[in-house]
Design a protein around this ligand. Structure first.
Ligand SMILES: Cc1cc2nc3c(=O)[nH]c(=O)nc-3n(C[C@H](O)[C@H](O)[C@H](O)COP(=O)(O)OP(=O)(O)OC[C@H]3O[C@@H](n4cnc5c(N)ncnc54)[C@H](O)[C@@H]3O)c2cc1C
Length: 394
């Protein structure tokens, strides 16, 4: 498989690199102040990166394929999981889901504005009592006239309090039909949000609780087929997981290069610590795992592109789903281990939040929880090998 980067991709990655260099000092400042970094969307907007994988016919969409987008997220991941999470919520879970399932009317109403930053997107599946088992969610709606009246609560939603457009999942009251997907605007009556504070990491990323109190949603805002919301959720999670995998590759790369830099500078026992073989072992492990995670992620991106080209082909979809699950599962664990080793190489100097490797360690931990926990992905990956009769939920 050829992962050679074309001149066009190089050009785009140069733009991404410039934006990342602008973000770095600002992210340092906001992280230490433990504040949401509201300047990140603005920098991506100015660099025309808010609609990277969106079709060029919608506003500032750049039409990047899955591999190009993954390469961009890999670079962005180096700046921190909080920065990358903003884009995953807005683009992978938000825009790509709208682009895949939206009617032409919905796409032309919303997508161009999302690419220019006047609309920020979020994806709201998780509820206080429904995480790994989204089918058990309890948010529901009643139909009156031309409207759905939505009631319920979502939690742990990335971009939740900054988003103007939220992809939301709910059942018709009494579960008279399957799950449905609704496009909810921030300004719709009965919609409120509040930021979740005191997270273990990701202080610069917005995470929120959303509440719907008889929230009035026009029937024109039903996304995809009525009663088939689980299909929408699963396709969103495929895009989202790939973005997490790519971001984690970036985290692992940053941790490795920081560890190597320090190992070449720091002296203990009359030699550079890079000359101690036990330090070399940590660098070797991170190096091998990084390259393996990177290859798995690129392969998953290629499989996703194939599936995106033929969205009704179930074989291509299930192959992409499996590759993406493996890439996300593996890259999340690799980034955590690379961050842990980098902190170890730095010693006490790695224990300060002023050092990016310490921030990577606490921040990348979330990649083993959101968009499919390690355990859920292990079952998904194994099921593909064992066959559907080994479905563990039945
Ligand atoms: C910072 C952050 C941002 C997030 N952003 C979003 C977002 O934008 N949108 C959104 O919808 N959600 C978001 N989430 C929520 C996230 O997707 C959920 O936390 C995740 O799906 C797990 O659900 P849970 O936390 O309820 O854990 P639970 O599902 O309650 O799981 C608890 C434990 O039980 C295990 N477990 C559960 N079921 C099984 C099983 N069948 N077999 C074996 N083990 C099992 C899990 O692996 C886990 O270890 C975010 C979470 C965080 C922390």
């Amino acid at each position: 498989m050829d992962f050679e980067i074309s001149d066009e991709q190089k050009l785009l990655l140069g733009v991404v690199d410039d934006a990342c260099k602008k973000i770095r000092p600002i992210e340092d400042e906001y992280y230490l102040a433990r504040k949401f970094n509201e300047r990140v969307p603005e920098i991506f907007k100015k660099a025309h990166l808010l609609g990277l994988p969106v079709d060029k016919k919608y506003g500032d969409g750049q039409g990047a394929d899955a591999l190009t987008y993954a390469l961009a997220l890999e670079r962005i991941g180096q700046e921190g999981t909080g920065v990358r999470t903003f884009l995953s919520g807005h683009t992978s879970l938000g825009q790509l889901t709208l682009q895949r399932w939206g009617s032409e009317d919905q796409k032309s109403r919303y997508l161009p504005k999302t690419t220019t930053g006047s609309l920020v997107m979020a994806f709201a599946l998780t509820e206080p009592s429904a995480g790994s088992d989204p089918a058990s969610l309890v948010t529901n709606f009643e139909e009156k006239g031309g409207f759905f009246y939505l009631n319920g609560e979502k939690t742990w939603i990335s971009n939740g309090s900054i988003a103007n457009l939220v992809i939301t999942f709910a059942y018709p009251k009494g579960k008279s039909d399957g799950m449905c997907t609704l496009l909810v605007e921030k300004d719709f009556e009965g919609f409120t949000s509040s930021r979740i504070e005191n997270k273990m990491g990701l202080p610069t990323s917005d995470t929120a609780i959303l509440r719907f109190n008889n929230c009035r949603v026009s029937k024109d805002n039903l996304l995809g087929v009525r009663g088939k919301g689980m299909n929408v959720a699963y396709s969103a999670l495929m895009s989202g997981r790939l973005s997490v995998a790519a971001g984690c590759v970036g985290v692992a790369e940053d941790c490795l290069s920081e560890a190597v830099r320090y190992a070449k500078e720091r002296f203990q026992h009359n030699k550079k610590i890079g000359k101690h073989q036990l330090i070399q072992r940590m660098i070797a492990k991170s190096s091998v795992e990084l390259e393996a995670a990177r290859l798995l992620t690129y392969r998953a991106a290629v499989e996703k592109s194939k599936s995106d080209g033929k969205p009704d082909n179930l074989d291509l979809r299930s192959a992409a789903d499996w590759w993406i699950a493996q890439a996300k599962y593996y890259a999340a664990s690799v980034s955590f281990k690379a961050a842990d080793r980098a902190v170890q190489v730095f010693g006490a100097n790695g224990y300060s939040l002023e050092n990016r490797v310490a921030r990577h360690l606490v921040d990348t931990r979330v990649a083993r929880i959101y968009e499919g926990t390690d355990q859920i992905l292990e079952q998904k990956i194994a099921l593909n090998q064992l066959g559907p009769e080994f479905e563990s939920y039945s």
